[in-house]
Design a protein around this ligand. Structure first.
Ligand SMILES: *Cc1c(COP(=O)(O)O)cnc(C)c1O
Length: 235
């Protein structure tokens, strides 16, 4: 008989195994890598099965869906990450719900987040990642890699943000070799920026890798992977 919970638990176990193996190949442990399960393809029943299987860090790429799900699943101990583009008019509803925003892709958005965080999150700073257009594709969002260094002093003035790292998506074309190069480029950019970092910015996290390329991303230094479809195969 088809058993949704068993299928999802099995998928999760397999993804975690692959994460552990890739981490070992890069001299780390599987526990050092954060798995963000991207739930945009599935409904509440599948999400409940995933949480029951032990995965409680979830991601959505659309703010509206994150709001709906955070409300519908408020009884579960989920940490929600926003991994997709955030329009400024959606900031106020998103901030109280999001443990981390991966996709801060402009200075304007960072400034707006800083201002709202001051009002809505008086007790904590808002953890964010800066999205970098590592593949250089024109359709992709994110800071151009070369733009980031001159912007760091202005980003450092945003005291309500906790800037914790960089995020990227690999090029759509070119397969794993190109993806690996995109990920390696993001890590090199991070290493370069670290040489001259304002003191309230830390770039410890690299959010890179999705279902098709998370193992390669970990080999190239990812600390956070965002995996959707691989967790929901066969359901
Ligand atoms: C959908 C999505 C993912 C997960 O994609 P899969 O290929 O299904 O693992 C990761 N990151 C972002 C930004 C996404 O939009």
């Amino acid at each position: 008989m088809f058993d949704l919970a068993a299928r999802i638990a099995d998928n999760l176990r397999r993804v975690r195994e692959h994460i552990g193996a890739a981490a070992a190949r890069s001299g780390r442990r599987g526990e050092d890598i954060v798995l963000v399960a991207v739930s945009k393809y599935v409904g509440p029943a599948e999400i409940r099965a995933l949480v029951a299987a032990g995965c409680t860090t979830l991601g959505e790429s659309r703010p509206q869906l994150l709001w709906e799900r955070a409300e519908a699943l408020a009884d579960l101990p989920i940490r929600w990450h926003l991994v997709g583009h955030l329009q400024r008019n959606k900031i106020r509803r998103t901030l109280p719900l999001a443990a981390m925003i991966h996709s801060v892709d402009s200075l304007r958005l960072a400034e707006a987040l800083d201002q709202s965080a001051g009002e809505l999150l008086p007790d904590r700073r808002l953890p964010i990642l800066l999205e970098v257009n590592a593949s250089g594709e024109t359709a992709k969002g994110g800071f151009a890699a070369d733009d980031l260094e001159p912007l760091l002093p202005r980003l450092a003035e945003l005291q309500r943000l906790e800037i914790r790292g960089l995020m990227c998506m690999a090029a759509l074309e070119g397969g794993l070799d190109v993806a690996r190069r995109n990920f390696a480029d993001l890590r090199l950019l991070r290493d370069r920026l670290r040489e001259n970092l304002p003191e309230n910015i830390r770039l410890d996290e690299l959010s890179m890798g999705m279902s098709g390329d998370y193992e390669v991303a970990i080999e190239e230094g990812a600390t956070i992977v965002r995996v959707g479809s691989a967790l929901f195969e066969g359901i």
